[in-house]
Write a protein that binds this ligand. Structure first.
Ligand code: GLU
Length: 479
């Protein structure tokens, strides 16, 4: 499934008809791990294309490989798609529930003379492969049971193989890759039904796509070779071949295939890192697809613009965290304060009583953070009285006089405090003690925030309130 394409490519001569047919797409993950960022983008392309054409988007869980499929991975896929907001139509289609149908098609292919029983045992195939490799050749099953001279051996359960064409070529018309040609010499009579009666991947995919009425297959280009094989099955059954769009994989910033060492690969990790689903949707659709120079667009715009699979880039896109942060910063600003405060609570030692404080704090903080984690860190001093960091300690060492002058002024300041009234008090304290405003303001920031950066300090003190602000100033004086 992952070998490089053996086909040759030219510009496609075909555009899939989308005006006259109902577009039906699917995302077909195997539940063997988390929802990968590349898979998420594939799902998003399928989703948008279907929505644009007022068609349907389906979720098919390809769980035929019982050894590798797990219930946790299935949950992670479903949770990841829901979190991203990619809602599928109808029920989830579980591939494993359709094995009977896959067998039925394998048998139909036998009847049509398009497939045959192969009695080679696993041991024989291993020996044939070893022999070929010893000669430095690529192993290809020698089709010995295609037109058998021998009688089938007793006691051997046969597998079923498709008859691949012996001459000519198979052309996959791909919206992204162009026409990809597979010469007959590159194709083998691959197994469609194993000797234990289980379908192979290529058979199951074709039967399910046909039965689900899929009109467009949009998936990773690691499946391009499979498209060649799958086309043989479609033709042998006399079925219409859906449109194909094989999307290049996502690469890391260094141009190598995306892996753990480039950072997060699972959608769940992006959620934990503090990215919003709408940011990822916007960033991912823009990754390898474009609409002019537009970088930021709403879901509604993406749906209107994502009309043509030919606009997907045929070169791999590189994941760029700086861009993603930029997009996320944009969408965080658009979220209302109530929601943001609720979201960052997960990162903070937080109880319900702090919620109103965090809500008030958002206006001053959300314009400067690019992830929820950054936002939570910036808001931490609102819910925790933090130890001053090194810079703040230095400022406090020389700034105690400034604090001393401020405390009586603040004590006299009537409640409720506002940013304006606290600012006036700071100025008054500076004036009456003959100091510059900064000499009062800086140690105040150090005492209140515990660091020399952060939001507007009068505003922060107004949000924290009189009691907590005075407590922190007195603590700093006593330290
Ligand atoms: N189950 C395959 C995968 O997860 C995808 C099959 C397909 O899209 O045709 O890679």
């Amino acid at each position: 499934m992952t070998e490089p394409s053996t086909g040759t490519t030219t510009q496609s001569t075909k555009r899939i008809q989308t005006e006259t047919m109902k577009v039906i797409t699917r995302f077909a993950p195997s539940p063997t791990g988390m929802l990968h960022i590349g898979g998420a983008r594939t799902a998003l392309f399928n989703y948008l294309f279907a929505r644009h054409h007022k068609g349907e988007f389906h979720l098919r869980v390809e769980d035929t490989d019982k050894q590798r499929s797990t219930a946790e991975a299935k949950e992670a896929l479903i949770d990841g798609l829901k979190w991203l907001g990619l809602h599928w139509d109808g029920e989830i289609y579980f591939q494993s529930q359709h094995e009977g149908r896959h067998r039925e098609v394998a048998e139909a292919l036998l009847k049509r003379g398009e497939a045959y029983y192969c009695y080679c045992t696993a041991d024989e195939l291993v020996a044939q492969r070893a022999e070929a490799e010893a000669k430095g050749e690529v192993f290809k099953y020698d089709r010995r049971w295609r037109d058998p001279k021998a009688t089938p051996p007793a006691g051997v359960k046969p597998s079923i193989r498709i008859k691949a064409p012996l001459t000519g070529e198979i052309t996959v018309k791909d919206e992204v890759q162009g026409d990809v040609r597979f010469g007959a010499d590159a194709l083998d009579d691959f197994i469609i039904l194993r000797s234990d009666g289980s379908p192979t991947y290529n058979l199951a995919v074709v039967v399910d796509d046909h039965d689900m009425g899929i009109t467009h297959i949009i998936r990773g280009d690691d499946h391009l070779n499979n498209a060649g094989r799958q086309s043989i099955i479609y033709k042998a059954m006399g079925w219409d071949i859906p449109g194909f769009a094989h999307v290049p994989l996502i690469h890391g910033s260094d141009g190598a295939k995306l892996s753990k060492r480039h950072g997060a690969t699972g959608i769940g990790e992006y959620a934990v890192m503090g990215y919003l689903p709408e940011s990822l949707r916007n960033y991912l659709v823009r990754l390898g697809w474009s609409h002019g120079d537009d970088e930021i667009f709403s879901d509604a715009q993406a749906t209107v613009w994502f009309s043509n699979l030919g606009a997907i880039n045929s070169a791999p896109a590189r994941l760029d965290f700086a861009k993603l942060n930029h997009v996320n910063a944009h969408y965080m600003k658009l979220r209302d304060n109530e929601t943001l405060a609720g979201m960052i609570a997960a990162y903070l030692p937080h109880d319900a009583e702090h919620h109103p404080v965090l809500v008030k704090a958002m206006d001053g903080l959300k314009t400067r953070a690019s992830t929820l984690v950054e936002l939570a860190e910036a808001a931490r001093f609102y819910v925790e009285h933090l130890e001053p960091d090194e810079k703040a300690r230095t400022v406090l060492l020389s700034g105690k006089e400034g604090l001393r002058s401020l405390i009586p002024t603040l004590k006299a300041l009537p409640e409720p405090w506002s940013a304006e009234s606290v600012k006036t008090a700071l100025k008054l304290a500076a004036d009456t003690s003959g100091k510059k405003l900064g000499e009062v303001m800086q140690p105040t920031r150090a005492a209140i925030v515990g660091s020399m950066s952060g939001p507007d300090i009068p505003e922060a003190m107004a949000i924290l309130g009189k009691e907590e602000s005075l407590l922190r100033l007195n603590d700093a004086l006593a330290a």
